[in-house]
Write a protein that binds this ligand. Sequence first.
Ligand code: SF4
Length: 501
Amino acid sequence: MNVFDDKPHEECGVFAVYAPNRDVPRVTFFALYALQHRGQESAGIVSSDGNTAKIHKDMGLVSQVFKEDNLEMLQGTHAIGHTRYSTTGSSHVKNAQPYLIETLHGPLSVAHNGNLTNAHTLRKRLLERGGGLSSTSDSEVLTYMLAVPTQLSGFETARVKTENGSSVNIKDVDFWQSQLISFMLEAEGAYTLGVLTKDAVYGVRDLQGLRPLCLGKLGDNGWVFASESCALNTIGAEFIRDIEPGEIIRIDQRGVTSLKLEHHKQLAMCSFEYVYFARPDTNLEGNVVHDVRQRIGRRLAKEAPVEADVVVAVPDSATPHGIGYSLESGIPYTEGLIKNRYIGRTFITPDQSLREIGMQLKYNPLRANLAGKRVVLIDDSIVRGTTSGPLVKLLRDAGALEVHLRVACPPIRHPCFMGVDMATRGQLIAHNRSLEEIRVHIGADSLAYITEEGLRAAISNTDVPAADTGHCYACMTGNYPLKIPEWLFAETRDKNVFEGV
Ligand code: SF4
């Protein structure tokens, strides 16, 4: 664990392009740059020219993994790309994505964002069918599930519709669509997929829409999809729409085809995308994330006002929340902490005596803006509580008279099993501590979190929080949108091991 990093981590970023007249590896490379915040452990691209597929992937940032010769080697008409942070499966090159295997129907490559909550059951079934696996990742299980033709009992009766709502005879879908439908009938949990075959790319969003995915148009005859619309902006693609929960899109030389698997599952897009994960310039569900974060900050100011001289946000992720708090409260916004942007996730963990120095390496206080001031410090979230105390101390040492911490997310009391690396229950500072105990631990003059109702209202842009029924808030409420196997809650669980196999 990086002690200077108290944020949950998104598992992955997914991108795909079908554009015969473009340099698709380079388009994918630049799109992955824009999705780097969704995973910094490994990156990969698979491309196809209509016959064979080529792959390059490795550990490291996008800029470290790809060089000019890799991109030259990957030339083709379509490609998928992936940036990864591990939640299931260890941080090792064999777990890097996309996966690429050969099948009877040609090459199959899969890039996955999310986490399958029944991965251990699926893995067991696959092994019983004689399949061999080489990694500990649920994404590899998923890839082999797509490769092995399986007609489930529910397949014949699955209800599938086109984009305009007309019913599709299940016998008329193509081979890969039928494999994806079979997978969706069996899988539980979060999965946004980019799938590459020899002549098409497929995009899939799970039935509950836990992770985002959007469709874009690239020039006259190119199409792309990406985890976030910021990747579309980077490559000059036009945002068309979000891909819907339960939707499978196919992009090939005929253009875009959409199928939607009908279901009755609760919609549950991760609310944390709005709080922290997604880039502020991304468009989700018709909202610019930056605007939602400002609304959250405004709501926080209404719910938890305080007498103060300046508002300071923890950079960069809490900046829009801080601006919102300032606009609503009328307290001037100022920069109080300067972040060193070059301290990554792999920063060497110092011993206890050097932790304070380490915190100062990451954040340097702007004394001129803090000395003699009563400060409202805005952070987007607190997970383990490892950085909040040192940050408050930094501000006090820089001369702040008072530090009032305001948090743009309700207390996180429950782990996430849907593709976000948070912590176990026992590691979460808010799991079994009162507000006052946390305040004392952090050393702030006062502490307040936005309420769950406040966050719901800000996301749904309404004063009627009950109106928001389409998002997951499970890490705050404990109300999971799907059944979570009991063993997943075990404090000692090793996330690299599929128990039950
Ligand atoms: S529990 Fe739900 S809201 Fe929290 S991070 Fe996971 S998916 Fe997002």
